[in-house]
Design a protein around this ligand. Structure first.
Ligand SMILES: [Zn+2]
Length: 274
C-alpha cells in the first residue's frame, strides 16, 4: 500500500531531494514511512542531528535509511509543508485563512469543495494545522475521498491526531458556520456554544438560538473541529458586517474557481512549492 509520503511526493512530480543529503543505495524499508526501498535512499544519519526533535516518532520503523519521498519532505525544512493536501494527481500546500497573502496557496475552504467532487476511491493524504512549526507530515495517513480523514493539529482545541470525518458533513458544517461568523461570532464560540458570547446573543436572540440549535446537533460529529478550522469569511464580509446591519443572505459564497483547478495539478510549477 502506498504511504502518505510516497503519495505526496509522487503527486508533486517526484521532485529531487534537497542537495544537502547524500544519496546511497539501500535495500529494506523506510525508517519514517515504512515503504519498501530497493535502490536510492538517504541514510538517517544524513538527516538526523542534535537539534532533531521527536527522533523516535520520525524514525520509528527503525531502519537506517529513509525513502526518496521522505528525504524530499525532510529536505523541505522544519515545519514544512505545514498545511497540505495530496491526491494521486495533485499536491498543494494550503492555508486556513481566506485572506492569506501567500501566493499559490489556496484556502482549505476551496480545496475541500473540489475534493468532495472526486471519485470516492481517490487516495488522499494531508495535514490540517493551525501551527506550521511542528513537523507533522510523518504522522499523515492515506485516506480516500469516500473514507476521508486528515491529520489535524490544533492546540487551542487539544487536538493532534488523525481524524476520520465525512467530506460532505464537513462542507455542510462550513456552510452552517457562515452566518454566525458573519454576525461576528468567533470560532471559539462556534465550537463551544454561541451563548458564550452573550453580547452578540442579545442582539438577536431568536436568530442566534436557531443557529445554536442547529450547530448543537452537529457538535459530536468528527467533522465539527475541522469545519471550525476551515470555515471562514473574507475581510470584506467582516467589514460589511461592521459597517452595517448583518445581511447574511447577501454574502458572497466562496465557490472554487474552476479556472484555477488546472493550476494545482502536479506540474512543473509545483516543484518550487517549498
Ligand atoms: Zn518514506
Amino acid at each position: 500500500m502506498i504511504t502518505a509520503s510516497v503519495l505526496a511526493w509522487t503527486a508533486a512530480g517526484t521532485p529531487r531531494q534537497n542537495e544537502k543529503y547524500k544519496s546511497s543505495v539501500f535495500s529494506g524499508i523506510c525508517a519514517t514511512c515504512g515503504t519498501p526501498i530497493d535502490g536510492d535512499a538517504v541514510a538517517v544519519s544524513e538527516i538526523d542531528n542534535a537539534t532533531f526533535s521527536n527522533h523516535a516518532d520520525f524514525f520509528h520503523f527503525g531502519s537506517s535509511h529513509v525513502c526518496t519521498a521522505c528525504a524530499w519532505l525532510y529536505g523541505a525544512g522544519k515545519g514544512r509543508p505545514g498545511n497540505f493536501i495530496a491526491t494521486a494527481s495533485s499536491y498543494e500546500q494550503t492555508v486556513i485563512s481566506l485572506d492569506s497573502v501567500v501566493e499559490d496557496k489556496r484556502p482549505w475552504i476551496e480545496v475541500v469543495r473540489e475534493l468532495a467532487r472526486l471519485p470516492a476511491d481517490t487516495p488522499v493524504t494531508g495535514v490540517l494545522t493551525t501551527d506550521v512549526k511542528p513537523r507533522l507530515w510523518p504522522r499523515a495517513r492515506v485516506a480516500t475521498v469516500g473514507s476521508f480523514g486528515l491529520f489535524v493539529h490544533c492546540q487551542d482545541y487539544d487536538t493532534s491526531q488523525h481524524v476520520d470525518f465525512d467530506l460532505h458533513d464537513l462542507i455542510r458544517l462550513i456552510d452552517l458556520m457562515r452566518h454566525p461568523m458573519q454576525a461576528g461570532f468567533s470560532k471559539q464560540s462556534i465550537y463551544f456554544g454561541l451563548m458564550r458570547d452573550f453580547k452578540r446573543f442579545q442582539k438577536d436572540p431568536a436568530q442566534v438560538l436557531m443557529w445554536e440549535t442547529e450547530l448543537q446537533g452537529w457538535r459530536d460529529n468528527p467533522a465539527f473541529l475541522p469545519a471550525v478550522l476551515i470555515a471562514g469569511i473574507s475581510k470584506e464580509e467582516k467589514k460589511h458586517d461592521n459597517d452595517s446591519k448583518t445581511k447574511p443572505d447577501r454574502a458572497v459564497i466562496v465557490e472554487p474557481d474552476t479556472t484555477a483547478a488546472a493550476g494545482h495539478s502536479a506540474d512543473q510549477t509545483q516543484f518550487g512549492l517549498f
